[in-house]
Structure formats: C-alpha cells, structure tokens
Design a protein around this ligand. Structure first.
Ligand code: C5P
Length: 301
C-alpha cells in the first residue's frame, strides 16, 4: 500500500519583513504564490521500524533526523498514535535551498500522503495547523493558490484574486543555496547599520489591486521583497542575474523568498520560452526552469 502526492514550489509576490521577534522569527506580510513546479512524494508502509527516506535530487539535502519531511511523518505518527514505520520516496524537481520552499513542499506532501495512507480522518484544517508547527512555509504548500501569509508566514488568508490567465514565470536557480536564517540575519544587520527601524509588515495596496485586476504589468510593478537586499549582499552576482532577465525583456524580476533563485515574470507562455533561452545564453545562472502559477497545493496522484 502506498500513496503518492505532488507538492508545489512557491514564490513570494511580495514579502514585507518586520522587526526581529523575541523568538528569533520575524513577523512578515507576504503574498505566497504556488507554482506548477513540484516535487513528487510517495509514502509506503515499511517492514523496517522507523522512517526511511530516499531522494532523487539535483542538490544536497540533509537526509537525517532533521529532514523536514521526516519531521512531518514523525509529528503525524505521534499525533495519531501510530508507530510510523514508513518509507518516503521524494522525486525532487524544486531546487534545494533556493528560496522556493522545496523542503516545505516535501513536508506538506509527506503529511498529506501519510494522512491518506493511515486513513486518520484528520481534516485539512487540522493538517494545516500541524503543518504550521513544522515550518513557516509548510501550511502554504499544503493549501497552494495565491494567499496572504502573516505571522511568521503560517497564518493564511485567501487573496481576492481575479480569475486571470496563469502567470508565466522563468526561474533562474543557482547550484549553491543560501541559508534562510542567515539571509534574515543579514537584513537585520543592514537595518541596524543604516539606523532604519523596521516598520510593521504589510502587503501594499498596489499588489492587492494588481491581484484583483490580473494585469501582468501591474503585478510586475508591485513585486517587492525586503529580503532581496540581504540576498544581494550575501551573493552580489545575483544583481547580474536580475539585470540579465530585465535586459532579456522580463516584465518583472525579483529574488524569490530568501533566494538565491531569481524569478522573472513573462508576458505569456511564448514569451517565457524566449526569456528562458536568453537567460540561459547570458551565463548568469546555473539552471533555468519555467513554471506557471497559481498552482494547487498538495494533490493526491
Ligand atoms: O520556519 P522556518 O523553519 O522555515 O524558518 C527558518 C528560519 O528562517 C528561522 O529559524 C528564522 O531564522 C528565519 N525566519 C524568520 N522569520 C520568518 C520565517 C523564517 O526569521 N517569518
């Protein structure tokens, strides 16, 4: 008996970061946007005790007790009082440590797949609560679509988005990841050094209006990410990647989440193919991927 699910990558269409909290996190206000780029997670009952995991990956993932998918299986097993002897197989397409929430996607996928495997009867809302305890982006990977995230990102509310044609994205990924805690820490340092107090985080009116209209140019103009300056400080070459996308005709260009992936908004599907080719030729990034959004959250296959 096994269960297979797909689980999406995300970009943040906007990411506003507040001051450092006492618990080491930052309050944020973000617009999460799920992408068609996804990992595939299969869980099956195992005769061996404990959880084993097997990944086919592009980069390096820590396959140890701290692996987020393993933590998800363990949390659910504990919650429903099962031994949790499970094998998890993950086919990774989402680049690792890339600012695309690939680890969170795997955790959300493992949660839904085990929930189905064990027929626990837990609701989506109960699973979302459990996801929120595992990491700031896990609840969103479960739900997908386009949503506003507040708190540390785990409190979700749907966006009143227009029903518009899918957005077409080109993703420029880098072989070497960036550590999310370090990127947040670098932002705190930049603010401290320049004497800037962080404001309460908010999603701009421009972004909310753009999402309601669905006009690609308006969405592109409203893209913003407070973590971008920190990611650029840690990886200055990202400025060249962003510029290469703009020079190639991207309507919008932004670092995704804590980076180092840069994402580019194309006018339509044909334009995204041209953009991907030009970016590839620019030699400013390691891997080019194309994706559309918004995509669904975790889906049973
Ligand atoms: O929640 P998650 O495990 O994904 O967060 C990883 C790290 O990123 C946290 O330990 C924290 O340093 C930083 N973070 C933050 N504020 C957030 C989300 C993450 O400071 N809202």
């Amino acid at each position: 008996m096994s269960v297979t699910v797909t689980s999406p990558a995300k970009v943040n269409l906007s990411l506003s970061v507040g001051p450092l909290r006492a618990d080491g996190y930052h309050d944020i206000a973000t617009v999460f946007h799920a992408l068609s780029l996804h990992d595939t997670v299969t869980v099956s009952e195992s005769d061996e005790p404990g959880i084993s995991i097997d990944m086919r990956v592009l980069g390096v993932v820590p396959v140890d007790q701290d692996n987020l998918a393993m933590r998800a299986v363990r949390a659910l097993a504990h919650h429903v009082n099962r031994p949790g002897n499970v094998h998890v197989n993950i086919i990774k397409r989402i680049p690792v440590a890339a600012g695309l929430a690939g680890g969170s996607a795997d955790a959300a996928g493992a949660l839904v797949a085990c929930n189905e495997l064990w027929q626990t009867g837990l609701s989506m809302s109960e699973l979302t609560d459990m996801a929120a305890t595992l990491g700031s982006d896990v609840a969103f990977a479960l739900r997908g679509g386009t949503m506003v995230g507040t708190g540390r990102g785990e409190r979700l509310a749907p966006v009143l988005a227009a029903t518009f044609a899918p957005l077409n994205w080109v993703i420029a990924a880098s072989g070497a990841g960036l550590s999310t805690p370090e990127v947040y820490r670098t932002l705190d340092e930049i603010r401290e050094q320049s004497g800037i107090d962080a404001d309460e985080p908010e999603v701009s009116i421009e972004m909310m209006l753009a999402l309601r209209s669905g006009v690609v140019d308006d969405i592109a103009a409203a893209l913003e990410n407070d973590l971008q300056k920190a990611a650029l400080k840690m990886r200055p070459s990202l400025a060249r990647t962003l510029q290469a996308g703009i020079d190639a005709g991207a309507v919008g260009a932004i670092v995704s989440g804590s980076g180092p992936s840069c994402v580019f908004l194309a006018r339509d599907a044909d334009h995204s193919v041209d953009l991907a080719v030009e970016l590839s030729a620019s030699g400013t990034c390691d891997t080019i991927l194309r994706a559309t959004g918004p995509a669904a959250g975790v889906q049973l296959v």
